[in-house]
Design a protein around this ligand. Structure first.
Ligand code: PLP
Length: 382
């Protein structure tokens, strides 16, 4: 089976991890800030807060923006459940904004309509979470402008998109958002095993997320309620969690980050070849957008809904490890129990009837890609 994604671990990565294992610090040592510096440099921002998953990073970001009970967060229905669950961790409610059928990203027109209606109804969201599906940035200039107009904060879920670019700047530069979150799960662009990061230009948000990552504890006397009792002293100022990344993971992540540009270039070469080789077939190809470099975490084709299931099963039977990203979040039983139902977000539901993620990873050989292309041609012809 050719998988839809696969990590790339080189000897350098292994040596970097072994060096940590032989060092004094398995956690809270120098590898974490080194990894954070690499992530901040890639996103062209002053601050990166590494944590043990993107799910934790989303939770920290929501907490740092003071999301709480009675508040509302909006995201895309076509995402991994974590983009919505972060609101529930804070006791806030979730709603969704339907997608642009072309890119499958949050549609700025639907967002504009929904914000106008929400304002009229007196229930604006506190935070919106656009998701850069498959590695392609959302239309952040428009989403950011709408958010500013309505006084809404923005967290970009860029779990798929590290190394991508939008209008001349790296994804994560936070030009139109407060915080951007990356994932370093092994299926993503670069990996630390498990891991994530929240990046921001805002000094106070970065400091707050760092503190919340480690129980809400500070060792900064300037923040304490009274002078330190002694050199051992720390204070817990608010309720946080243990969301720390280990140095073992950070060393792997930092080693992988040195190849970020090469990975994204390799993914784009493979995607361009899919565009060229599959262009004749009666299927939809990966979404593209003006002045954007997708990180191409995924390559998603669209197949007419009548053939969707049979093409999916046929490709699996031919050894092609296709997948589907994603089941609309509002149709998950947990969210249906809150009142969401079929028909709420028609573009997202139609996308779900048509989408298939085909294999794409930087170490994919031309021969593997030829097999995938041949299998898709046969299935579509059948
Ligand atoms: C993978 C993913 C996450 C969660 O990432 P973890 O690091 O596994 O917690 C969140 N959002 C999206 C869009 C993802 O693809």
């Amino acid at each position: 089976m050719i998988p839809y994604g696969r990590q790339d671990i080189l000897d350098d990565d292994i040596e970097a991890v072994v060096a940590v294992l032989r060092s004094d610090y398995l956690t809270q040592g120098p590898a974490v800030p080194r990894f954070e510096a690499a992530v901040a440099r890639a996103a062209d921002v002053p601050h990166a807060v590494a944590c043990n998953s993107a799910t934790s990073a989303l939770h920290l970001a929501c907490m740092a923006l003071d999301l709480g009970p009675g508040d509302l967060l909006w995201t895309s229905p076509i995402t991994f459940v974590a983009s919505a669950n972060c609101a529930r961790y804070c006791g806030a409610d979730v709603d969704f904004v339907d997608i642009d059928p072309q890119t499958a990203n949050m549609c700025p027109d639907r967002l504009a309509e929904k914000l106008a209606a929400a304002k009229a109804a007196g229930r604006l969201p506190k935070i919106i979470v656009p998701v850069h599906l498959a590695g392609l940035s959302c239309d952040m200039a428009r989403i950011g402008a709408l958010a500013r107009d309505y006084g809404v904060r923005v967290i970009e879920d860029a779990s798929h998109a590290i190394g991508g670019r939008y209008h001349g700047v790296p994804v994560g530069a936070c030009s139109h958002s407060d915080i951007t979150v990356f994932s370093f799960h092994p299926v993503k662009i670069v990996t630390s095993g498990e891991g994530g990061a929240a990046v921001t230009r805002d000094d106070a948000l970065a400091a707050r997320m760092e503190r919340l990552r480690s129980h809400g504890i500070t060792r900064d006397p300037g923040l304490m309620t009274h002078d330190p009792d002694g050199p051992w002293y720390y204070q817990q100022l608010e309720l946080g969690w243990n969301y720390r990344l280990t140095d073992i993971q950070a060393a792997l992540g930092a080693s992988q980050m040195t190849r970020l540009t090469d990975y994204v270039a390799a993914r784009n070469r493979l995607a361009d070849r899919y565009d060229a080789e599959l262009g004749e077939l009666p299927i939809g190809l990966a979404g593209r957008a003006e002045d954007c470099l997708s990180a191409f975490h995924l390559y998603v084709i669209r197949v007419v809904q009548e053939r969707h299931r049979s093409v999916f099963e046929g490709l699996r039977a031919r050894g092609i490890g296709v997948n589907l990203h994603y089941i609309p979040v509002h149709l998950q039983p947990y969210y249906r129990a809150m009142g969401f139902a079929e028909g709420d977000f028609p573009a997202a539901e139609q996308y779900y009837r048509e989408a298939i993620s085909i294999p794409l990873f930087p170490t994919m050989t031309q021969a593997m890609q030829d097999d995938v292309i041949a299998a898709i041609r046969s299935e579509i012809a059948d």
